[in-house]
Design a protein around this ligand. Sequence first.
Ligand SMILES: Nc1nc2c(ncn2[C@@H]2O[C@H](COP(=O)(O)OP(=O)(O)OP(=O)(O)O)[C@@H](O)[C@H]2O)c(=O)[nH]1
Ligand SMILES: [Mg+2]
Length: 217
Amino acid sequence: MKIVNVELVTSAAADGPRRGLVRDDVPQFAFVGRSNVGKSSLLNALVRRRIARTSATPGKTRQANIYLVTIDGGAGGPGTWRTYLVDLPGYGYARGSREAARELADVVEAYFATGLRGRRDDEQDTVEGPRRRGVFLLVDARHPGLPLDRQAFDWITQTVERPRIVATKIDKLSRSARAKNLREIARHFDAEPIGVSSETGEGIDELWRVVATLARS
Ligand SMILES: Nc1nc2c(ncn2[C@@H]2O[C@H](COP(=O)(O)OP(=O)(O)OP(=O)(O)O)[C@@H](O)[C@H]2O)c(=O)[nH]1
Ligand SMILES: [Mg+2]
């Protein structure tokens, strides 16, 4: 599998013109999770370049950044295909004010309201959303079962669709702790998580297989 091209097509804020949100036939995959869980790092690991800004301080990503990725081959066989990968602000941004946290939540909600469901409350016509899509809920492999992650899971499931669970930063755990925590996460969400590390690249191929299978089916 070869990443042919990656470009940032739009950055959309909650209060900005919502024209920025993309609605076409190219499948979309969104990354959701607590601030600092590693969403932007995972996007960079997937596309193999440092295109999304990351930071050790939570609250780095403040807009819905939509990247158009052109890929050659991968699961599903040869051929060129495209997908959007969407890097969203995190929730649980504790360091900022309540208002700042609300602002970031608004961006995420605005993205799902317009970008995935294909419908805007402030628009009369119903706009077709992407036909193929996916939501990845990222949880820190070191902290299974956080109430905030469960709340996000329930919200996404009700608002958009049941997300796939991705357990991040597995490089920070020993082999045994990793297996134990992944089991706990699986029990918590009643779904098998994909363990990944943006540092070592573990799990990245598996995540691409999931994306390619959904995008190209
Ligand atoms: N060891 C390790 N560190 C990681 C990994 N992924 C991310 N990090 C680190 O975690 C911190 C946060 O990463 P980001 O990718 O900026 O997190 P984010 O979820 O985009 O955060 P917000 O934009 O604030 O919501 C950075 O210091 C990263 O270097 C990983 O797989 N392993
Ligand atoms: Mg980020």
